[in-house]
Design a protein around this ligand. Structure first.
Ligand code: HEM
Length: 404
């Protein structure tokens, strides 16, 4: 296909001057998402010179087209200047490491970890609820005291990473995600610590530093078998932490917020515990912890009746698609009776989240215990958001549990 002009206007593409990375948008991203969906199947964000997609059908099509929309130039606004992890490679380079992680993090492998995860959740709730009698109320911060704990504790344990200074995982991942956005104050604030955190993380993922029975050691074993290169093993192991810690924290925080602000939905889950899995997926659809990733067009590309020229960065706005009324009935309602499958909170296509079973396991164990022990969940103070260029972050979700 030949494109006669690079100008988005002459191609019939709406131009938006909205800034999805501005502080007010990170505080409340919903108005931008609606503007993007309403503008058309594809829009152009003039402030950054990137295209953006926010409707479900077109985003699904774009995410499935890894040949036309590549990740190898980086999945941020700027082209890549860091080592390439799984997320920033395209097939065929992507295939072998992806297969290795898919096997290590399969539903079957994660099912085998359920007992360990459940023990950790039981201990966690015991810590907060043990002294309280039946019917008592207990105030707990859903972010710092609950959502934070499993991803920085259970998951690194499962990966075989030693126990020291695990809170640093959150900062490491936070900065990594920030760098997918523009070079703004959030990126600058993380820059001074970034080299130290990166080498600390790399050291933790060396073969000798890992326990022999975790996911990390499994990755090194795959290198020994020749499935991946030895020089990529530590990077692959650290990409699990980079991709899996903050996302799961915010996924669980979003779920607890959804349940606290929709008490009738919590009643439904309590009455029918088999809804627990749907509750987590519906919360992910509703709150979308990953707000955006980018691709680069490798060819002139037709999407939604318009042409995106080759060589352009394209922003994939998952949360906008997850609330697209063309796809979802009453999309702004958190509704555990709907079927949320097919939501894009875990992405789609060759890069679809390889750690989703690990995230689901942690949420399922937590919900199972909450259903058993907690009668009502209420919000008791102001929710505070943590700004990150591409994550829907939370820093405080104060809540009150009434115990059964
Ligand atoms: C609720 C929690 C999580 C959410 C919402 C989430 C979301 C996502 C999304 C949207 C992508 C695709 C990005 C793209 O298309 O460019 C992705 C990929 C990925 N995720 Fe997750 N994730 C979560 C948890 C995890 C966990 C626990 C792990 C590690 C165990 C993990 C590891 C990865 C990796 C390695 C990739 C890259 C896959 C590839 O490129 O083939 N994620 N995730």
């Amino acid at each position: 296909m030949t494109v006669t002009s690079q100008c988005p206007v002459s191609q019939g593409i709406p131009v938006l001057d909205a800034d999805p990375f501005a502080a007010e948008c990170l505080e409340d991203p919903l108005p931008f998402q609606q503007q993007l969906r309403d503008a058309g199947p594809v829009a152009y964000l003039s402030k950054y010179g990137v295209y953006a997609i926010g409707r479900f059908a077109e985003l699904s099509e774009a995410l499935s087209n890894w040949q036309g929309l590549i990740s190898g130039a980086g999945v941020g606004i700027r082209d890549l200047d860091a080592p390439k992890g799984l997320l920033q490679t395209d097939p065929p380079l992507h295939d072998a490491p992806r297969e290795v992680l898919q096997e290590i993090l399969s539903a079957r492998a994660l099912r085998a970890m359920k007992e360990t995860c459940m023990t950790r959740v039981t201990d966690l709730l015991h810590e907060h609820l043990s002294d309280a009698p039946k019917g008592a109320t207990v105030e707990i911060d859903g972010l710092t005291q609950i959502a934070h704990v499993l991803p920085v504790d259970f998951f690194p344990d499962a990966s075989g990473i030693d126990e020291s200074a695990r809170d640093k995982f959150v900062d490491f991942a936070d900065h990594n995600f920030n760098t997918a956005g523009p070079y703004n104050d959030l990126v600058k604030a993380g820059e001074c610590k970034a080299p130290e955190l990166a080498s600390w993380m790399a050291q933790k993922c060396q073969r000798d530093a890992l326990r022999p029975d975790g996911f990390g050691a499994d990755i090194w074993a795959a290198a020994d078998r020749g499935d991946i290169l030895h020089e990529n093993a530590a990077l692959l192991a650290s990409s699990l932490i980079a991709a899996g810690v903050d996302t799961t924290i915010y996924g669980i925080a979003g779920m607890l917020y959804a349940l606290a602000t929709n008490p009738e939905q919590w009643e439904l889950v309590k009455k029918n515990p088999s809804l627990a899995r749907v509750a987590f997926d519906e919360a992910l659809r509703w709150s979308s912890p990953v707000q955006a990733m980018l691709r680069k067009s490798s060819v002139d590309l037709q999407i939604g009746g318009v042409v995106i020229p080759a060589g352009q960065k394209v922003l994939m706005c998952y949360p906008a698609a997850n609330r697209d009324p063309r796809r979802w009935e009453n999309p702004d309602n958190f509704d555990v009776t709907r079927d949320p499958s097919g939501h894009l909170a875990f992405g789609m296509g060759v890069h679809q989240c390889v750690g989703q079973h690990a995230a689901r396991l942690q949420a399922a164990c937590l919900l199972e215990q909450l259903i058993e022990r907690v009668d009502t969940i209420e919000l008791v103070g102001e929710v505070k958001y943590h700004h990150n260029n591409v994550l829907r972050g939370w820093s405080s979700v104060p809540r009150r549990f009434t115990l059964k």
